[in-house]
Design a protein around this ligand. Structure first.
Ligand code: ME8
Length: 480
């Protein structure tokens, strides 16, 4: 299958409702999936839920629900948000599905048969919030830096995965970009972790402690560790493996860039081709947390700004290669600046002139339109940069290019003053309007990945103008 593109998001813990962090990653993947679809590829876009583990069982208990009942509700809330955000996924996998459980059992058998799983005792720290083993070094003032809670001290029989055996191969593949980790800084982070020494990890937990999970086929007292359970989800569209791209947050890079390749090598599977690990954001300077009360529900944003503007506002905050801070109060400012007064206003200005100065005799003659598309330096330059950014997963930068070009078009209007040309019946008017029109058409095309609904509305509107069927109503893309 040469022309395929398989892209994934993390499968989020079914421990609480989605917030804008989850929405951000999923939108990121959605934009890239749409881009590859637009290139004519057969795209498989996998999303889903991580539904096992101690954390989820605890939450369910707090709410007096069975774990299954609990995860059914949470997963539904994710499906609802993805649908509201217009996420065009191909499949929504749930780790409690029978098929997934079978795939995981089969997978771990391959690791076992390769001689890579051995029995041992784990004695140390475990953070249930992260569902991961921690070392003293990773704590800050005795607590997990991500969850601000003291980890559990545990001592239990576990089965371990012989990661050490695979580290040289993993390192080689990362170094030579056979497994391409981007941004470069995250690749280096991973190489440093490998160089500073990383131990084998548990692939099972004692059933006494963790009941909610998939049984380990070789020892009844053990449950498969939730991270192995979760990672194997990516193998579910069999015909598409290896994944072309895993989109993840920086918090789970080690699992994806070291543990996952190790498990795959051991089980005899090819490795994913690319991992893009974006930065995490805080809201108003603080970690997103229910206790702090600073979570933002994507559905509230949609109510306020609409679907496409929400997609835009989340993706255009800062370069994904960095961590960043989101200020809720600035959403409105950005909405007005970039969308209502930016793109929306430019489209309105250009379309209104086209309608008012009806060039009915030459409704956007095909010829002049073509010339502008193929030869205009500014458009070509923007398009090349835009494409290059998207190919390198730099969504913020791609959007910035489009906005910059829109500003230039605005400047072109001020410079050429089409209203004067119209008044003077100047022949140059047609050329100017044609250029503006094709500039706007290009912007619509570039924004399609980000604003699919608005782009469609604007495209239809432009099409009517092009065919001389001038609309009576205003476009009104982004109301103020
Ligand atoms: O880690 N900023 O699930 P999870 C940006 N189940 N992105 C954020 C974010 C923030 N503040 N907070 C969360 C798990 N995310 C595992 C994954 S995959 C085989 C198993 C996004 O619910 C980001 O993508 O904790 C991060 O990596 C992910 O949510 C963590 O989701």
């Amino acid at each position: 299958m040469k022309n395929k593109f398989y892209i994934t998001t993390p499968i989020y813990y079914a421990s609480g409702k989605p917030h804008i962090g989850h929405a951000f990653t999923t939108l990121y993947a959605d934009v890239l999936a749409r881009y590859h679809k637009s290139l004519g590829k057969e795209v498989f876009f996998l999303v889903g839920m991580d539904e096992h583990g101690a954390k989820i069982a605890e939450k369910a208990k707090q709410e007096n629900k069975s774990p299954q009942e609990f995860v059914d509700e949470i997963s539904k809330s994710y499906i609802d948000v993805w649908s509201a955000l217009n996420i065009g996924y191909s499949d929504f996998i749930r780790t409690t599905s029978q098929k997934h459980k079978e795939t995981v059992s089969e997978f771990i058998k391959k690791n076992y048969e390769s001689g890579d799983i051995y029995e041992g005792v784990y004695e140390g720290l475990y953070c249930v919030g992260c569902e991961k083993f921690l070392t003293e070094k990773e704590l800050i003032n005795g607590v997990c830096p991500d969850h601000l809670t003291a980890p559990q001290k545990i001592k239990e029989k576990n089965y371990f995965f012989n990661l050490k055996k695979h580290l040289p191969e993993i390192k080689k593949r990362i170094r030579n970009d056979e497994l391409r980790i981007r941004p470069e800084s995250r690749k280096n982070e991973i190489l440093n972790i490998i160089d500073s020494g990383i131990s084998d990890f548990s692939v099972t937990r004692e059933k006494e402690k963790v009941r909610w999970g998939i049984p380990f086929p070789y020892d009844e007292s053990q449950i498969i560790y939730v991270w192995l359970d979760a990672l194997v989800n990516y193998l579910s569209p069999k015909d598409f493996w290896p994944a072309d791209l895993h989109i993840i947050g920086a918090d789970i890079n080690k699992f994806h860039s070291i543990f996952w390749p190790g498990l795959l090598l051991s089980a005899g599977f090819p490795l994913p081709k690319n991992i893009f690990s974006h930065g995490l954001f805080t809201i108003n300077g603080q970690k997103i947390s229910k206790t702090v009360g600073n979570t933002i529900d994507p559905l509230d944003m949609i109510k306020k700004f609409g679907v496409d503007a929400t997609r835009y506002l989340l993706l255009s905050q800062f370069p994904a290669s960095e961590h960043g801070d989101i200020k809720e109060s600035e959403f409105e400012v950005k909405y007005n600046a970039d969308l209502a007064n930016g793109i929306g206003n430019l489209f309105e200005r250009v379309f209104t002139m086209l309608i008012n100065y009806r060039i009915v005799e030459h409704p956007m003659s095909h010829k002049s339109h073509k010339i502008c598309e193929s030869s205009d330096v500014e458009i070509k330059k923007t398009e090349n940069k835009y494409k290059n950014y998207i190919e390198n997963y730099q969504i913020f930068e791609a959007l910035r290019e489009v906005l910059l070009f829109a500003k230039k078009l605005d400047g072109y209007i001020t410079e050429t003053q089409p209203w004067i040309l119209a008044k003077n019946k100047d022949k140059k008017l047609e050329e100017v309007l044609n250029y503006l029109f094709c500039g706007v058409e290009k912007i619509i095309e570039w924004l399609e990945l980000f604003l699919p609904e608005k782009a469609k509305i604007a495209k239809d509107y432009a099409q009517r103008i092009k065919s001389g069927d001038y609309p009576e109503e205003k476009l009104g893309l982004f109301p103020r």
